[in-house]
Design a protein around this ligand. Structure first.
Ligand code: GTP
Ligand code: GTP
Ligand code: MG
Ligand code: MG
Lengths: 294, 278
């Protein structure tokens, strides 16, 4: 793992009272490798390492820490800061006149429908009256999937018959939410590619018509190098307010989160940690940082 | 972009970047670059184009020869077990394969082996209706092994020659779920002497280095005879394919290129390598 590799590096270089540029360069090569193994985007990894380099060179080797531990602690601190970011931006913003709208978007199979149900469950525990909206009219049995989850949770699901247009479904759901006094509306949209112009226009239209308070990118923790391009395209189209990293109960390192955060500034708001409807956790930057570093 | 075609340090940097950017992974990329440097000196390669050509050769070698679906030689029924992590595209891929095999004249049957996820059975049944292929299923939350056994019997009595078994998505790190899969595999092995004839793992092209961990664990726990890489219509290149094919000796058999039933193509190593640099 990374700390062993760094120890190995510093054992080969002389122990000093300060970290020299040579020490730091050797160590940061290992850090960059660890980040790329963790699926952090190449350019993001390079930028990150450059920032750490500035902080590390000339840093005093603190009394009780080995040079390797010193570099690692600077790296960890920087990573937590980037991931954790501004106070409060990892929380859901649902203040204001109800019903507030949360829109979920993302690539095919990332976990949107399951996450919609998890969010509804979470928000109900917080005293909200959520309404789930089945806006995926493409995938076979997608509406049934959300309805089935809604039944399990006894949370209402708004849906329309086959042939209905997803944009109109979302618009209609808002009227329904007002009638039913729901306080939060969660829009589950179809999986789509960021390069599919027609499908991207669909979510742009939904956003323009409904002004959702939160637009969350649901991203698979195991996403590779393309995470950056996917997130930037979605961000450009619908102005993301946050992301949810799913399948964090596996062993994917989750470097995509660093890439997305760095390039789009979008904060992680939740993590999906299982298939059940209670498997949603708030985001802990320090935990994700150690996981990415391996 | 280079002015001349000589082999410079920046050429090696560019190659490294394009490989890493395609999710080929650091250890495979390092191996490839070292191998190419060796070939440059051994074969006295002079130009960047020659290095590019050599790279494509090395990549093709890692992938192995193209390999098609393996049918039963002993029993009249071929059984294909489809596995993989959550959301990778298993159910959709099964519909595509069933469609293709029906078009080729086979009598296909499907087993709704995902009895856990909301509307998983509905999803496969809807596909079955669309492509007119029978689907064997039981109630949600029934034992997947029982459904598979049911389907094996139905396929046999109906005279189907291909049974494709859908399974629930599962993370390879989940002990109980991997044990469940081993059990399903045993049921098929007992019923069909040389089955399952294909243990196809479905992997999402947008996956990063975790793909290798997934494939290794599935291979270790129940064995793999082939891989399907889905969602190659995205911008992802699926570069993990090289490490998976080479490391595990398992061929990539098909690729998924969209959400429609026709969007399944046999894997062509040459095309895949060319697309890496497109
Ligand atoms: N282990 C695990 N599985 C998850 C998690 N979130 C979702 N899943 C599973 O991932 C698979 C895909 O989830 P869906 O909710 O259908 O994904 P989706 O984004 O709605 O898919 P599309 O609508 O087709 O784009 C299902 O098998 C879910 O049970 C998670 O946090 N952990
Ligand atoms: N663009 C694209 N989407 C695909 C492809 N293959 C599958 N999908 C989509 O990916 C999503 C998940 O597909 P499923 O077939 O439900 O995946 P799965 O592996 O069966 O999912 P679980 O059973 O929940 O684990 C759906 O929205 C599919 O339409 C492909 O080749 N390209
Ligand atoms: Mg969905
Ligand atoms: Mg499925």
């Amino acid at each position: 793992n990374l700390s062993k590799r760094l120890e190995g590096i510093f054992n080969n270089l002389g122990g000093q009272g300060r970290l020299t540029e040579e020490d730091v360069n050797a160590a940061l090569r290992e850090v960059r490798l660890a980040l790329i193994e963790a699926d952090v985007n190449l350019k993001v990894a390079r930028q990150f390492v450059d920032r750490v380099k500035e902080k590390a060179i000339g840093a005093d080797v603190m009394g009780s820490l080995s040079p390797a531990q010193q570099v690692l602690s600077i790296v960890n601190e920087e990573l937590v800061e980037v991931l954790g970011g501004v106070e409060g931006d990892n929380k859901l913003n649902l203040g204001g006149t109800p019903p507030q709208i949360i829109m979920l978007v993302g690539l095919q199979g990332s976990g949107k429908t399951t996450t919609a149900a998890k969010l509804a469950n979470y928000l109900r525990k917080q005293g909200q009256r959520p309404l789930l909206v089945a806006a995926d009219m493409y995938r076979p049995a997608a509406v049934n999937q959300l309805k089935s989850l809604g039944r399990q949770l006894t949370i209402p699901v708004y849906s329309e018959a086959a042939g209905a247009d997803p944009v109109e479904i979302c618009v209609n759901s808002l009227d329904y939410a007002r009638e039913q006094a729901n306080t939060v509306v969660i829009l589950d949209t179809a999986g789509r590619l960021n390069i599919d112009e027609r499908m991207m226009n669909e979510v742009i239209n939904i956003r323009d018509r409904l002004h959702p308070r939160e637009v969350l990118l649901v991203a698979d923790a195991m996403t590779g190098q393309e995470a950056v391009h996917v997130a930037s395209d979605f961000n450009q189209a619908v102005s993301l307010t946050g992301m949810i990293l799913t399948k964090m109960d596996g062993d994917a390192r989750g470097g995509a989160a660093l890439s997305i955060r760095t390039v789009t500034g979008v904060p992680v708001k939740f993590m999906g940690v299982g298939e059940k409807t209670d498997a949603l956790e708030p985001f802990y930057p320090d935990r994700l940082a150690s996981r990415i570093l391996g | 972009v280079q002015e001349t075609d000589t082999i410079t340090d920046s050429l090696w940097d560019e190659l490294e970047e394009s490989l890493l950017g395609a999710d080929v992974g650091p250890s495979t990329t390092l191996w490839l670059i070292e191998r190419l440097r060796q070939r440059v000196s051994d074969e006295n390669l002079q130009t960047g184009s020659q290095v590019q050509y050599a790279l494509r050769e090395e990549l093709s070698t890692l992938l192995g020869k193209s390999s098609s679906l393996r049918f039963s030689k002993q029993s009249p029924l071929t059984v294909i077990l489809v596995i993989g992590v959550n959301g990778s595209g298993k159910t959709t891929t099964i519909a595509k394969m069933a469609y293709r095999l029906s078009q080729e004249g086979h009598q296909v049957m499907l087993a709704a082996g995902d009895t856990f996820r909301a509307a998983a059975i509905d999803q496969l049944q809807e596909w079955g209706n669309r492509i007119q292929v029978p689907v064997i299923s039981q109630k949600p939350n029934s034992d997947p092994g029982a459904v598979v056994f049911d389907a094996l019997q139905a396929a046999q009595s109906r005279g189907s020659d291909v049974l494709i078994v859908d399974t629930a998505g599962r993370l390879h790190t989940k002990f109980n779920l991997m044990e469940e899969l081993k059990k399903i595999n045993k049921i098929i092995q007992k019923f069909v002497p040389d089955g399952p004839h294909e243990l196809l793992m479905v992997i999402d092209a947008t996956t990063g280095q975790n793909a290798l961990l997934q494939a290794r664990k599935f291979a270790e726990d129940i064995g793999l005879t082939g891989v399907v890489i889905t969602k190659l219509d995205s911008t992802a290149k699926g570069g993990f394919a090289f490490a998976v094919a080479d490391d595990l000796g398992v061929p990539i058999k098909f690729i998924g290129t969209g959400e429609k039933v026709e969007n399944l193509m046999p894997f062509e190593p040459q095309n895949f390598v060319a697309a890496l640099f497109a």
